[in-house]
Structures are given as structure tokens and as C-alpha cells.
Design a protein around this ligand. Structure first.
Ligand code: FDA
Length: 572
């Protein structure tokens, strides 16, 4: 193939990668290549449909990564979905647009990431966003927002689904949640997430189609002559300038899907890995950046000794309850009723005890997680992270939400998906071969720690309380999932756990596999998202988030990528 060279080579035309591609190619004197394993999904109705969540699962645009056996989580393998397309996972996700709790981003700075705080990131959330205001009917049905918290001129259209239910369920739920101490929240994207709200989505309201990263950040500028996107092209690994003193990437080996011949796309300035939290760390390892003990198993020479590449993996787990509506009503619409309760909301009078129990358990959690990584992550570092996380969860003055409770009234039933937001477990992802594209060993260690199990179970109990609280209770009939025959009203945690282990799934929010943290505490990238020990390799995607956030991920990833693009420009 013809030799090709660009200033910046980005791997992954996904949620984050396309922000970088767009912002860098704004500069006409800079050339940018984007390498993407998937194809265009512009005309794929499984993507564009605004009511078609799940249609793309298991199709060619779903990587459907498999975990290792989850020994703490029911001895089963889980599927971790991720988008393989121009637009990445934003083309197959649930389109929810909810950010993070402000103090949760401030915690990044507390970890030692100077310059990464809510105050710094907030303008970038707004920079990426173009809020479309709700219709009168939606406003009448409870949709609220605060203009000061939203951007109106960014590339990403955000708004309320035309299929949003404008019936009276909202009023009923609002009163029900208030009775449980969960108050209406004016704007979930203000940095204060706790409460009940009707969140917006990333959606083009006028066209009634999904707004994915391709539509927001790529197609409008695809004709820039300094930007070239290579679809259907798998990146294998980076190449290094052997004359440089500090490891300096000078290209990416790639292979088109319809070809058997790899070739190299050269990078004059930088290589940026935006392949996602379940792919970017693998590209580092395949390029010789990682734990020498792992690299040597596959005869990969170590270029940078950075053992924590692929460690610190954090995901959540998702379970569902359902109840019929006894013929009282027939709802329809989207799953846009969300509650973000605090630990105090769901644990009630037990909260002080639970807080103390978890605090006392942190040293053993840290030791367990460290041991599971072969002590590549250090118990003392983990303990300091866990103390920050404990304070976020159990603060008596400003706690973050601890669960997402998503209600979908459909037909004559109400489905309720839920997930505990902040498990302490950390897992890892590593290569199993020196060949790109071979499935990795992905181990999120679901339910490794007591808190992770207790949290998920307590949310289920709280949902039973929601179902039993008026006025919502008056509309409901019999619980169908799990049902009292399967998990009795006064079930023990062991009974809940037995049921949960058979039905849970990944919540598809993997983060932190190339975490932004000081190197001394196990970080992989610095505060400019540059990989430690390299001159010019950055990771910009969900891999760099050091902690899980309470909102869904894309809003935060767009903001991080917007800021990262500015950081790169400031170094030009
Ligand atoms: P992303 O996955 O977007 O991009 C990575 C890109 O790199 C992909 O296009 C991939 O094909 C490509 N790639 C990977 N390896 C490669 C290689 N070797 N060579 C070339 N290309 C390669 N979030 C949210 O905010 N709201 C929601 O409702 C949901 N719901 C949801 C549902 C489901 C089913 C999933 C799977 C996820 C969500 N999420 C979500 C999470 C969110 O969508 C996700 O975290 C981000 O889109 C991830 O963005 P990244 O930029 O990290 O990677």
C-alpha cells in the first residue's frame, strides 16, 4: 500500500476519538488520520432509531467482548457490549445524557490530577452540547432544565425524546419519590445529580434520530482535506522511532478488513489511542507499553515498563425488577424516569452502621483488590482511593448518588433497571496473544467485595419500597421479576444474591484501564493524558477516567475529549 503520513494519528473513530479529530483538524495546517475498525452506520436504522435500544446488540457493529469467568458473580461469563462503527459506542448506547456529581470530578484532582476539577470541566461539558428545548407538552409533563447548566452552541444535540411519555405517570412518580425522601431535581446536569428527574438524551429532536459521535463531530466536517478517516481498518500496534531517547511513536500498523497485508500509517507528531476502555490498554501492551511480566509471555519487548496498564478496571452491574399494572393503566413511552438516590435514601436508619462497616472493611478491600492484580496495584494506594470513594458515598453533608433507578412503563407493566453506581471492585484487562484482534482476558471482578453485593441488593429492596409507596402503588399489581415466589418479601441477602447472580449483566460502563493518576500511585497517563514514559502517545477515552462517575459516561467523555483537544493545541 502507499505510504501515508499525518501529524496526528488517532486510533478509534468513537465517542472520544471523533472529538479529537474534529478539534485538531479545525487547524488547517495540521493533518489528522483516524483509524476505525468499523464502518459507517449513517444509514443503519438499528442506530438511528430513537426507540430501538438493543437492536444493534449482537450485530456486526457490536464488539460483544466476553469477560473471564466471574468467580464472585455467579461463575458466569458476561458480555460487555461496545460499538464497532464510526461513532463508536455512542451508536449503540442508551442515549442517556447525564453528567457526574461535581465533587466526583473534584476527586480526580484530590487524587493528584492537578487541573482536573468540576470547575475546569464544566465549560467543556457545555462546549460540546447543543441543548434543544423541550416541547410545551414535555414541559407540562414535568421536564425541566436550567439554562445556566447547559450549552446551546456545541456540536452534540441533546434533548428530550419525542417518544417521551407525557401522561400523568410523572406526577404520580414525583409524589411517590417525594414520600421516600427523593426530591425532584431541576437539572440532573448541574453537577448535583441526587433526586428524581426526567433526563435528556443525545438525540436530534427535529429529525427524531440518534445523535451519535459521528453525526455530531464527524459528518459535518468530513470533507476537510486535512482529515482522513480509514474505516474497516484494524489498528494492530504502534511503531517506535528507534533513534529517539524517550520512546516516541512514529506510526500505527493497520490492516484493512478486506486485505491480508498490514501497512503503517505514519505519525509525525503524536499517536492518540481512543479505542475505548476495553481496547486502548491492549494497544499499549501490543506496542510494548505495560507490565513486562505480561509482555514477555507473548515475546513482546518492553518499550515502557508500566505495569498498571490494563489495571483498575471499574464497571457496574445491572439488574431488573418488573411489576404488572393490574390493568389499571396502559403506559407507553421511553425509559426517561430516573432516580438517583443517596446511600441514606436506600439504607435508611442503617446508614450509620453501613458507613462504619464499609469504612472498617476498606483495608481488607484494598488488600483483596491488590492481591487480585498480583500486587501490581498497591494496597496502600487503593486504600487512599477507597477512602475518597467512601467519603463521596457516605458524606453526611454532600453525598453522591449511590444508585440509578430507571423506570420504563411499557404496555401493562413497569420495568425497572437499576445499578449500584460505585462498587469498590477493580479488575483488569490484558492481552492473551501478541496478535491484534485476538480476544483479551477481561476480568471486572463483579461482586468481589461485600459492599458491591450489598449495594446492588439494597437498591432492589428500595425499588420494592417504591412499588409499595402511594400513589404509585395504587397503579400497580403483582411483581413479576423476580416475584415474591422467587425472592420473598423478607428475603435474606443470601436469597437476593442467589437470584441476582443468575440475572445480572454488565452495565457497560468500563473505565480506568489507563487511569489518569500520578505515576507513583499507579497512573498510566498524566494530566495531559500522555502515557508515562512516552514522548508523544496519549490515551483519550473512557480508559483515563480514574474513578467511575455517577452519570452515564458519554457526556463526561465528550467534555474530557474537548479539554484534551485544547491541551494538545496548547502544546503545538
Ligand atoms: P468508543 O467505544 O466510543 O470508541 C472506540 C472506537 O474504537 C470504536 O469505534 C471501536 O470500533 C474502535 N476500535 C477499537 N479497537 C480498535 C482497533 N484495534 N483498531 C481500530 N479501531 C478500534 N453512556 C451514556 O452516556 N448514555 C447511555 O445511555 C449509555 N448506555 C450504554 C449502553 C450500552 C449498550 C453500552 C455498550 C454503553 C453505554 N454507555 C452509555 C456508555 C458509553 O456509550 C461509552 O462509555 C462510550 O461511548 C465510550 O466511548 P469511548 O470514546 O471510550 O469509546
Amino acid at each position: 500500500a502507499t505510504p501515508v503520513s499525518y501529524d496526528y494519528v488517532i486510533v478509534g473513530a468513537g465517542t472520544s476519538g471523533l472529538v479529537i479529530a474534529n478539534r485538531l483538524s479545525e487547524l488547517s495546517n495540521v493533518t489528522v488520520a483516524v483509524i476505525e475498525a468499523g464502518d459507517s452506520v449513517y444509514d443503519n436504522v438499528n442506530v438511528s432509531s430513537t426507540t430501538g435500544y438493543g437492536l444493534a446488540f449482537g450485530t456486526a457493529i457490536d464488539w460483544a467482548y466476553q469477560t473471564t469467568n466471574q468467580s464472585f458473580g455467579g461463575d458466569i461469563v458476561q458480555t460487555m457490549r461496545a460499538g464497532k462503527a464510526i461513532g463508536g459506542t455512542s451508536t449503540i448506547n442508551g442515549m442517556a445524557y447525564t453528567r457526574a456529581e461535581d465533587i466526583q470530578i473534584d476527586a480526580w484532582e484530590a487524587l493528584g490530577n492537578v487541573g482536573w476539577s468540576w470547575e475546569v470541566l464544566f465549560p467543556y461539558y457545555k462546549k460540546s452540547q447543543q441543548l434543544q428545548i423541550p416541547t410545551e407538552a414535555q414541559a407540562a409533563a414535568g421536564v425541566t432544565y436550567d439554562a445556566a447548566d447547559n450549552g446551546f452552541e456545541g456540536p452534540l444535540k441533546v434533548g428530550w425524546n419525542p417518544a417521551l411519555n407525557v401522561g400523568d405517570v410523572h406526577t404520580v412518580l414525583n409524589e411517590t419519590y417525594a414520600a421516600l425522601g427523593v426530591q425532584w431535581s431541576e437539572d440532573v446536569n448541574s453537577g448535583r445529580m441526587v433526586g428524581y428527574n426526567r433526563y435528556p438524551s443525545h438525540i436530534d429532536v427535529a429529525l427524531n434520530i440518534r445523535e451519535d459521535a459521528g453525526r455530531a463531530y464527524y459528518y459535518p466536517i468530513a470533507n476537510r482535506t486535512n482529515l482522513h478517516l480509514y474505516p474497516n481498518t484494524l489498528a494492530h500496534r504502534m511503531t517506535w522511532d528507534t533513534t529517539a531517547q524517550i520512546p516516541t511513536a512514529n506510526g500505527v500498523v493497520v490492516q484493512a478488513v478486506n486485505s491480508t497485508t498490514p501497512y503503517t500509517i505514519s505519525a509525525n507528531k503524536e499517536v492518540i489511542l481512543s479505542a475505548g476502555a476495553l481496547a486502548s490498554p491492549l494497544l499499549l501492551e501490543l506496542s510494548g507499553v505495560g507490565n513486562p511480566a505480561i509482555l514477555s509471555k507473548y515475546n513482546i519487548s518492553t518499550v515502557v515498563d508500566l505495569p498498571t496498564v490494563g489495571e483498575n478496571l471499574q464497571d457496574q452491574t445491572n439488574t431488573g425488577l418488573a411489576i404488572d399494572t393490574a390493568g389499571n393503566t396502559s403506559y407507553s413511552g421511553t425509559s426517561d424516569y430516573v432516580a438517583y438516590p443517596t446511600a441514606a435514601d436506600i439504607f435508611g436508619s442503617e446508614i450509620t452502621n453501613i458507613s462504619a462497616t464499609v469504612l472498617a472493611a476498606l483495608p481488607s478491600y484494598a488488600a483483596t483488590v491488590a492481591a487480585a492484580s498480583g500486587n501490581v496495584t498497591k494496597a496502600s494506594d487503593l486504600l487512599s482511593f477507597f477512602k475518597i470513594q467512601h467519603e463521596l458515598i457516605f458524606s453526611t453533608t454532600h453525598p453522591v448518588p449511590i444508585a440509578e433507578v430507571l423506570l420504563t412503563p411499557s404496555g401493562t407493566a413497569v420495568d425497572c433497571e437499576y445499578w449500584a453506581l460505585l462498587p469498590f471492585a477493580r479488575g483488569n484487562i490484558h492481552i492473551t496473544s501478541a496478535t491484534a484482534g485476538v480476544p483479551a482476558a477481561i476480568n471486572p471482578n463483579y461482586y468481589m467485595l461485600d459492599w458491591d453485593v450489598t449495594g446492588q441488593i439494597q437498591v432492589a429492596k428500595f425499588i420494592r419500597e417504591i412499588f409499595a409507596t402511594q400513589p404509585f402503588a395504587g397503579l400497580l399489581g403483582t411483581e413479576t421479576k423476580p416475584g415474591f415466589d422467587v425472592v420473598p418479601q423478607n428475603a435474606t441477602n443470601a436469597q437476593w444474591q442467589a437470584w441476582n447472580n443468575g440475572v445480572y449483566r454488565s452495565n457497560f460502563h468500563p473505565v480506568a484501564t489507563a487511569a489518569m493518576m500520578p505515576k507513583e500511585v499507579g497512573g498510566v497517563v498524566d494530566t495531559s493524558l500522555k502515557v508515562y514514559g512516552t514522548a508523544n502517545v496519549r490515551v483519550i477515552d473512557a480508559s483515563v477516567l480514574p474513578f467511575q462517575v455517577c452519570g452515564h459516561l458519554v457526556s463526561t467523555l465528550y467534555a474530557v475529549a474537548e479539554r484534551a483537544a485544547d491541551l494538545i493545541k496548547s502544546e503545538m
